[in-house]
Structures are given as C-alpha cells and as structure tokens.
Design a protein around this ligand. Structure first.
Ligand SMILES: Cc1cc2nc3c(=O)[nH]c(=O)nc-3n(C[C@H](O)[C@H](O)[C@H](O)COP(=O)(O)OP(=O)(O)OC[C@H]3O[C@@H](n4cnc5c(N)ncnc54)[C@H](O)[C@@H]3O)c2cc1C
Length: 365
C-alpha cells in the first residue's frame, strides 16, 4: 500500500519524497529517465534569494534554512558554498532598481549591501569597469546541481521511499479514492495522493484534470571554461539579466545567459548565438575571462508560466492532486522548500509557508 505517488524525480519531486518519507509516509517516486537528469541536474547551480519576487521570499528563506544543513538533509555537501551573490548594475537606472529592491525587501533578512562604483572596484577588482555598482547578498551562494539533485532521491530511498527510474508515466486514472498510475515499463501504482512534479512536462497532467495552464518551455544556455586561476569569490548576476557566472573550487567558470533551443520534447541545446552572446558579455563584465577556452556548452528544459511564478499547491478540481512546477529558471534554490510545503499539505493539511500566490486557480477564467 502506498500513500503518495510523486511524478518526477527532479529536485522538487525528490525533496517532496524525502520530506514525506521523513514524516512516515509510504512514498513511490516515478521518474522517466534518471533522478536529476533534467533541469535539476543541468542548471547553473545558483542558490540565490536576491532578485526573487517578494512573495517568493518566505519560501526562499525557508529553502535557505534547509540548504544550511545540506549534509544533514541529503548526506553530501554538494559543493554548496555561501559565497555571496553579487548583482551588477550596468547603468545608473539599473543601480536605482537594485536600491529599490533592497528597500522593498529589507524586512526579509537578505542583508543586502549596496556597493557604489568605488566600493565595487575596491572589493571586487576583477569586475569589469562597465559595472557602475552592485548589490551583494552575502549569504547566497552556489552548488553543484549534478551532485545535489540525485542525492535528494538517494536520501529519500534511504528513508524508505521507493524510487522507480526509467519508468515513464503514460496513463493516470482517478476513481473515487485512488490515483492509478501506469508506466510504459508495466509498473502500476495506486495511492490516494499524486504529486505532479514533472517539471516542464507537468502541464499535461494539469490539463488531464481539467485545469490547463499556459506553460511554455525554454532552454537557458550554459557553458563552462577550462580551469583558471581562482578569481571570482562570489556568484554573479546582472540587473536586467543577460549573463550570470560563478567559479568553482577547481577553477572552472560556469556561465549562463540567453536561450538555446529544443532538439525535441526531451533534449535541448544552447545554440551558437546564445553562446557568442555569453562570451561577448563575459569579456566586458569579467575581463579576466578574455580568451578563456570554453570546454563544454549545454542547456536544459524548463517550464515557464506567463507571470514567471510557479504553480504550487492543491489542484482546484481533484482532491489528492498537488502541483509543484513551472519554476521559470529559478527552482533549484526553492526546490527543498517546495518539497517540504507539498509534504506538509499531505500530512498536516496546509503548508507552513504562504503559497496562495502560486495557486493554479490564477489561470482559471
Ligand atoms: C540551464 C538551466 C539553468 C538554471 N539555473 C538555475 C539556477 O541557477 N538557480 C535556480 O534556482 N534554478 C535554476 N534553473 C531552474 C531549475 O533547474 C528548475 O527550476 C528546477 O530544477 C525544477 O525542478 P523540477 O523538479 O520541477 O523539474 P525537473 O528537474 O525538470 O524534474 C522533472 C522530472 O519529471 C520527469 N518526468 C516528466 N514527465 C514524466 C513522466 N511522464 N513520467 C515520469 N517522469 C516524468 C522528468 O524526466 C524530470 O526528471 C535552471 C534551469 C535550467 C534548465
């Protein structure tokens, strides 16, 4: 007998399985490929709160607490470091936007520090002179998604969750009490709860239960350089977007920016134009990267809703169905707290963090 079926083994589904198992629920997680093989394992690795919309901040702050004891949660440190996140402004209007964000969020405990041009030069001399100022969130950081996300699934398994990989869900039925989930490999599961954590592919499940969402897929472009002398001591982004970069302990710099393209429903590539844009922006903002050799490029498939907010919480049409998807390129940091919120709905009837803003009802006419 199973209490909860989790559809999707990304960081959201796997952390939900972990939190549910921790609360004594009998959980089965079904993953089409391997846990953490899609967005959750191929993302940039930014673990940041800075820049999030205000109503994501309570959930993001809770995630920040969970990340603090990653080894206690999943058994590895996942190369997680609280390096700080430096958001650069390329013009005075962008710096004013960073100042306004710092004012709006001062009650959330992000500890933002605004740096003018001189302070930026003094503290981070490797930043290109085109940056006129920046906002530093000292406790934000970065981690290795290829290590972290599969480790959530392994930790759930250690607590007794059944993890089924290479098990593509092809049919879901619901009778009065139970969801019946059928996989292409013949696996059949039934349970009173179903968590729709299928990432960019979650829309089909929502639509099947009469609550379609206008979700689209997009493919952030990424590249990594050869190992270089250690220079960047923070993860960086830019107000208005365009590029983000971090350097890992081995010296490789990981950069992201722009959009790639889909090869098909499951595969994405970064595309030449996005890669050239990243390299152009990098030379300007991080001059030490001029001439660095890019050794690999990649992309992934991520779900975006028009308001760039996720869907988290109960279905409006089917008791027992919960959604957690559509993280618009920013769900790696939130993932553990989203899993916890979904587990709380199952076990305690409600999430401790406010999630009303993410209700699927906002797409109903
Ligand atoms: C290139 C890139 C860079 C990013 N950078 C960052 C960042 O720096 N910081 C940040 O916070 N976020 C970032 N993100 C976003 C973040 O990675 C995602 O928001 C997050 O990983 C979403 O997790 P998920 O579990 O919802 O989805 P996924 O990781 O996509 O997991 C969903 C899983 O469901 C499975 N599935 C789907 N359909 C079925 C089916 N029918 N049967 C069985 N299994 C199924 C899939 O195989 C998949 O493994 C980035 C995303 C990308 C693509």
């Amino acid at each position: 007998m199973i209490d909860v079926i989790v559809l999707g083994g990304g960081i959201v589904g796997a952390s939900a399985a972990l939190m549910l198992a921790h609360k004594g629920q009998r959980v089965a997680l079904v993953e089409r490929d391997f846990c953490g093989s899609h967005s959750s394992g191929v993302n940039y690795g930014g673990v940041r709160r800075q820049g999030r919309p205000l109503h994501q901040l309570p959930l993001s702050q809770r995630a920040h607490q969970l990340w603090a004891d990653l080894p206690g949660l999943i058994g590895i440190d996942g190369e997680y470091v609280r390096s700080g996140h430096l958001k650069l402004a390329r013009c005075h209007a962008d710096f004013a936007a960073l100042q306004a964000y710092a004012e709006q969020t001062c009650g959330f405990g992000l500890g933002l520090q605004l740096l003018d041009h001189a302070e930026l030069r003094a503290r981070f001399p490797w930043v290109g002179d085109v940056a006129v100022g920046a906002s530093l969130c000292p406790e934000d950081g970065h981690a290795n998604p290829r290590l972290v996300s599969p480790a959530f699934a392994r930790a759930a398994r250690r607590l007794g969750a059944s993890i089924f990989e290479q098990a593509e869900v092809i049919r879901i039925e619901h009778d009065a009490n139970l969801f019946h989930v059928n996989c292409a490999n013949g696996l059949h599961l039934q349970a009173p709860w179903l968590l729709n954590c299928a990432g960019a592919w979650s829309g089909a499940v929502a639509a099947q239960f009469g609550e379609p969402v206008p979700m689209t897929s997009a493919h952030p472009a990424m590249l990594v350089t050869e190992p270089l002398p250690l220079v960047m001591d923070v993860s960086t982004g830019v107000e208005g977007g365009g590029i983000y970069a971090r350097q890992v302990a081995r010296g490789n710099c990981i950069l992201g920016g722009g959009r790639g393209f889909a090869l098909g429903p499951l595969q994405a590539r970064p595309g030449q134009a996005a890669v050239l844009d990243i390299l152009r922006n990098a030379a300007e903002l991080y001059p030490f990267l001029k001439g660095a050799q890019a050794i690999r490029t990649w992309s992934g498939t991520e779900g975006y809703l028009p308001d760039h907010e996720p869907v988290i919480g109960p279905s409006s049409t089917r008791p027992g169905l919960l959604h957690g998807f559509g993280f618009a390129g920013a769900g790696f940091q939130l993932g553990p707290a989203v899993g916890e919120a979904l587990a709380e709905i199952v076990c305690e009837g409600a999430s401790r963090q406010p999630i009303e803003a993410f209700s699927i009802r906002r797409f109903q006419a």
